[in-house]
Design a protein around this ligand. Structure first.
Ligand code: NDP
Length: 278
């Protein structure tokens, strides 16, 4: 039997509607500052999407575009100014930054209570200990999808393939907090198939088309495909061989339309939380 397709588009729309309603009921105006440095076309598209989401939810957004050669000092001064603005509750610096900027230094300049990406060391630590206001948007979006589809990680074996600081590691932590038994795999993991086949919940966050094939998936597993890969045919694909794996899995996320829109919705949720509403 073919798997249930986990519809991130539909759920993200629902979440954004709920956020809009909460904002109206609370009579507040959350503000998100989006900072972009340089001319990277993909980054500008991402920032456009985030501002569109803000408009949909009734969140005030301001875009600060700096030239690639503006310099770290100017960027840090802007972040300092935004840290001190009462009408700005969330600050997001679009990554990657151009050469010559220290991403970690820039991230650390953001006030932790406005760090809606949850990338500052303080927020990373808070996610680690399980006492957090913001969790990184992509892994948190995955948790919301699971919850919506009635999938409780407690007692299940969750295998996360990928160990980046923004996806793999925080994903593993969020699963652990929900009482899953967690295994993290990466490029040096031998016998990947042996491990992925043990997964009740398999999260692929690598960036390699068709890395996860049907023989790597246990029958009835929940398969979450975080990756976004642009193929030479111009289309987007995840890490998972979707057509074959959907015949083995119980649930599966499509690419596009699965985790991607959830990431965007959770950014709105984090901004709402930063403004003091849950
Ligand atoms: P990174 O490149 O930072 O991390 C990739 C991870 O995959 C690394 O830990 C790497 O291991 C591991 N890896 C590489 N090759 C293999 C392999 N053959 N077998 C097992 N593990 C392997 O990527 P990100 O975490 O930033 O992103 C992962 C994917 O998710 C990308 O496609 C990205 O575009 C997408 N993404 C999607 C988002 C969304 O909103 N849906 C948001 C963010 C990212 P090692 O550490 O050993 O190098």
């Amino acid at each position: 039997m073919s798997a249930i397709i986990m519809d991130g588009n539909a759920l993200s729309k629902q979440i954004k509607k709920e956020i809009k309603l909460k904002i109206e009921q609370a009579g507040i105006r959350p503000g998100l500052a989006v900072v972009i440095v340089g001319e990277d076309a993909a980054s500008h598209v991402y920032v456009n999407h985030k501002q569109k989401d803000c408009a949909e939810c009734g969140i005030h957004s301001e875009r600060f575009a700096l030239a690639a050669d503006a310099g770290e000092e100017k960027l840090l001064a802007l972040i300092d100014e935004l840290n001190n603005r009462k009408d700005i509750h969330g600050i997001l610096v679009q990554m990657p930054l151009p050469k010559g900027y220290s991403e970690q230094k820039v991230i650390e300049a953001i006030a932790p209570e406005k760090d809606v990406d949850a990338f500052t060391l303080q927020n990373v630590g808070r996610v680690m200990v399980g006492d957090y206001t913001f969790a990184p948007c992509t892994p948190y979006g995955v948790m919301k999808l699971l919850e919506h589809y009635g999938i409780d990680p407690a007692g299940k074996h969750c295998v996360v393939v990928g160990r980046s600081n923004i996806v793999g590691k925080p994903q593993a932590m969020l699963m652990l907090h929900k009482h899953a038994t967690v295994t993290i795999c990466h490029s040096r993991t031998p016998n990947l198939t042996e491990i992925t086949r043990q997964a009740d919940i398999l999260v692929a966050a690598v960036g390699k088309i068709n890395l996860i094939t049907a023989d790597m998936v246990k029958a009835g597993a929940v398969v979450i495909d975080v990756a976004i890969n642009r193929h030479t045919d111009g289309k987007l694909y995840g890490d998972v061989d979707f057509d074959a794996v959907k015949e083995v899995a119980s649930h599966i996320t499509p690419v596009p339309g699965g985790v991607g829109p959830m990431t965007r919705a959770v950014l709105m949720q984090n901004t709402l939380n930063a403004a003091g509403v849950n």
